[in-house]
Design a protein around this ligand. Sequence first.
Ligand SMILES: Cc1cc2nc3c(=O)[nH]c(=O)nc-3n(C[C@H](O)[C@H](O)[C@H](O)COP(=O)(O)OP(=O)(O)OC[C@H]3O[C@@H](n4cnc5c(N)ncnc54)[C@H](O)[C@@H]3O)c2cc1C
Ligand code: FES
Length: 322
Amino acid sequence: MGYTIHYNGKDYDCGDTETVLDALLRHGESVPYSCKAGVCHSCLMQALKGQPTEASQAGLKETLKQRNFFLPCSCVPQVDMTVALAGEAELHHVSAEVIDKTPLNAHIMRVRLRPEGEFSYHAGQFVNFFRDESVVRSYSLASVPALEDFLELHVQRLPGGQLSPWIHDQLAVGDKVMLSEALGDCFYTRRDPAQPLLFIGTGSGLAPLYGIVRDALQQGHRGPIYLYHGTRSREEIYLVDELRELAAAHDNVHYQPCLSREEAAGFAHGRANEIALERHPDLKGWRAYLCGNPNMVEASKKKIFLAGAALGDIFADAFVHS
Ligand SMILES: Cc1cc2nc3c(=O)[nH]c(=O)nc-3n(C[C@H](O)[C@H](O)[C@H](O)COP(=O)(O)OP(=O)(O)OC[C@H]3O[C@@H](n4cnc5c(N)ncnc54)[C@H](O)[C@@H]3O)c2cc1C
Ligand code: FES
């Protein structure tokens, strides 16, 4: 059965359990998307006819909801719909120039960008990075607006991927790229400067944490800050010296790099989330930030809640890809 989706002057059938995005892609339409999980907002559309489902509007601003904007990757339609891509007014695209590209190890490229015009953000939020109109991926902001006049991304190469190898190999200093506005709620707010903070990241999940930790310090956070960063091996981990220096310069910062498949002096052996939870079994009153591997993020969220942290004190960005 299913319903009919009217898009771009054509009618397309959409299966019973199919999302609007999957139906459009199956019919050969080229529409932007990235996570397919309702996280990145890169697929934003407007329903011109037919009410979008509640699930497909979760996390959108109230003003967008009222105008029937929705995320087609999360919308299994319950009525026939006429849909259109979101316009520039809703997407707030910004052009930015690549001002630096530096490898942080064999897998991670640090990319620094200077936006043309005003760009407001919090360290730890993410931007959608456009290679062209349809290839778009999310990257987290490792820079701190009060400290740096550029945006910093840490991009891990996923072999065979559409965008990360292109960023590593093709993107050049001086190139102009298109970014979305900053999105997401994984950032520091100074509501209790004495609260203990726990940060757990895997791989390039360090990017937002590197920004948030430095932002918290810059905003005068006094409570203990524990940062656990995990990779499989020594050659995958990065920013170790910089983070050791940061910890040496601040009594309240404790940094623990972790390797799950290798033993090495100065590194804990095991998964970062398991080591963190073993060392901090009681997290009542703590705030936690989790970024990187989606399985790690989901499993840790539950465990941190069970260890006593309030749900509203757990911030997470799972680096889901489609
Ligand atoms: C909120 C958020 C923040 C993020 N922040 C960061 C960040 O700071 N740094 C970072 O590095 N990443 C981050 N990511 C992940 C990032 O958005 C991309 O998903 C990642 O870079 C991969 O993109 P890609 O285009 O290179 O790979 P994709 O083209 O998306 O492919 C991903 C992987 O799947 C494989 N693949 C693709 N198609 C198929 C297929 N048909 N069959 C089998 N395998 C397939 C590819 O080979 C590749 O290994 C974030 C994601 C989210 C949602
Ligand atoms: S929110 Fe739809 S693709 Fe990410």
